[in-house]
Ligand binder design. Structure first.
Ligand code: AHR
Length: 519
């Protein structure tokens, strides 16, 4: 009996791993809004990040041209602005009108002086330059519902009313027609200026929504879901309450997640995107319950917006969260693999996750690092860019059979609760199909071993040439800097595929994208 068990174990593990794709087994449409990003008035994200008037690297309006180019490479669907914690004490009128009349304010969230020389109109100009949609967040902390309404009026009403005319007086004749608006930021967090209970937040958000939609009926609204996963918090209670109270007025529930590797345990860290997937499933259930109770008629269901996600644990001390160089987090290869893992989670849950925003775009926990002399792309830039440029169409329900591992109990990130993950597959996979073009995204979490894998098509045959892109580096701690981009996308030799099987060896600690036709 012992002999037989040993034999079976060896047989099982000596065979190739398997990934089965069936282009008919569709989960849902991948929303282009999975490739969103975030610009907050924090550290050097806005000032000396995207905006640096007077720099030889900036254009005539003060936007850094090198940053604009790098942002374009990320094919960003939309950008959330102006915060973040910043927004909960931000008054948008401070940031519009003649620059010499704008007043500086104490910025209390991140301990800076806010000059207000960059505001709504500069942000919209930036969005137009990079070809992305603006997504604004209103102040539900120290702001009023009237202030929120007036911002919508300033942005979206064509003419006649005071704030529409004010926009025109400021030099912007046409309304911006901003579609996405979020009702505050992280209102469940005790750190939030103007933090509210779930009940008080729901009441305020519902009334703000009413005024905002009366002003501009086609806007889409995002409710501030859970962000507080500290051990003593109750994020599920927050989510169920606000979903119940706001189910008739909002289109998305925003969730935030930051993960890290504070214990320097690679395998624990690589499993953290699965926490995002577990939370997605939990909130999906809550949404389903509310939708079945509510009579939403033909309206679409509430969707999940992963409104802020990233790796963030190094620049998280009291000191590194303040001032002009706040939250400058250098990223390595293992961080890039975690980002690929997050994106795989969003694609695998494409029927309910309809928006995601990497937090943030430049300098502040960001894929782009800008200094006076130029920029470089951090490791996390590359998986994000590969997904945004290639992963579209229908998400497929992929079958994966490979070795797995269990983690210890560990901290998801600083300030977060603990988790333990079991049966974590070494291969983390998503797949999409767009008019016969299949894109397979695979993270090999194994730090030391390549995994030889049979990729099997169950409907149709692999046809023609498959392109292969890989993000990898000499070791999992490899980083980029101004002199060297050690971790980046490398184009590997094509696979000439025919039939229903491709065998491919995914290198240790890598992210691989394989792209080609199934006919
Ligand atoms: O992205 C940095 C901060 O993280 C945001 O301001 C806040 O919303 C979150 O806690």
């Amino acid at each position: 009996m012992i002999l037989l068990t040993t034999f079976l174990t060896v047989t099982l593990y000596s065979q190739n791993a398997r990934i089965k794709i069936d282009i008919e087994r569709k989960i849902g449409q991948v929303d282009n809004n999975l490739y969103g990003n975030f610009v907050e008035h924090l550290g050097r994200c806005v000032y000396d990040g995207i905006y640096e008037p007077g720099s030889p690297l900036s254009d005539e309006q003060g936007f850094r041209k090198d940053v604009l180019e790098a942002v374009k490479g990320l094919k960003v669907s939309h950008i959330r602005y102006p915060g973040g914690n910043f927004v909960s004490n931000y008054h948008w009128l401070d940031g519009v009108g003649p620059k010499d009349e704008r007043i500086p304010r104490m910025e209390l969230a991140w301990a800076r002086l806010e000059p207000n020389t960059f505001g709504t109109n500069e942000f919209i100009q930036f969005c137009r330059k990079v070809g992305t949609e603006p997504y604004l967040s209103v102040n539900m902390g120290t702001g009023t519902i009237e202030e929120a309404q007036r911002w919508v009026e300033y942005c979206n009403v064509k003419e006649g009313s005071y704030y529409a005319e004010l926009r025109k007086k400021h030099g912007f004749q046409n309304p911006y027609n901003i579609k996405y608006w979020s009702l505050g930021n992280e209102m469940d967090g005790f750190w939030q200026m103007g933090h509210l209970s779930a009940e008080d937040y729901s009441k305020k958000a519902r009334e703000a929504a009413k005024l905002m939609k009366l002003t501009s009926p086609d806007i889409k609204l995002v409710a501030a879901g859970s962000s507080n996963y500290r051990p003593n918090a109750d994020p599920d209670e927050w989510n169920t309450t606000i979903l119940h109270e706001l189910r008739d007025v909002v289109d998305y529930i925003a969730l935030h997640i930051y993960v890290g590797n504070p214990d320097n345990n690679y395998y624990n860290f690589l499993s953290t995107p699965l926490v995002c997937e577990q939370r997605t499933k939990l909130v999906r259930g809550m949404i389903n319950e509310e939708m079945s109770k509510a009579n939403r008629g033909t309206r679409e269901p509430i969707y999940i917006a992963w409104d802020e996600y990233n790796v963030w644990y190094r620049a998280r001390t009291d000191e590194s969260m303040k001032g002009t160089r706040a939250l400058e987090e250098p990223y390595n290869l293992e961080d890039a693999l975690v980002i690929a893992g997050f994106l795989n989670v969003f694609v695998r849950n494409a029927d309910i996750v309809k928006m995601a925003n990497m937090a943030q775009l430049v300098n502040v926990i960001a894929p782009i690092w800008a200094e006076k002399q130029g920029i470089y792309k951090q490791t996390i830039y590359y998986p994000l860019s590969l997904f945004a440029n290639n992963v579209k169409g229908s998400a497929l329900d992929v079958f994966v059979d490979c070795e797995t591992y269990n983690t210890e109990e560990f901290l998801i990130g600083l300030g977060e609760s603990k988790t333990r993950q079991t049966n974590v597959p070494y291969l983390d996979v998503s797949a999409t199909c767009n008019n016969g073009e299949v894109v397979l995204c695979v993270v090999n979490r194994n730090k030391d071993k390549a995994i030889t894998t049979d990729i099997l098509s169950q409907t149709g045959e692999f046809t023609g040439t498959f392109k292969v892109f890989e993000v990898n580096g000499p070791d999992v701690k490899a980083m980029n800097n101004f002199d060297n981009e050690t971790v980046k996308t490398v184009v590997k030799p094509d696979i000439n595929a025919r039939g229903s099987k491709i065998t491919y060896s995914f290198p240790a600690h890598s992210f691989t994208m394989i792209k080609g036709q199934i006919k």
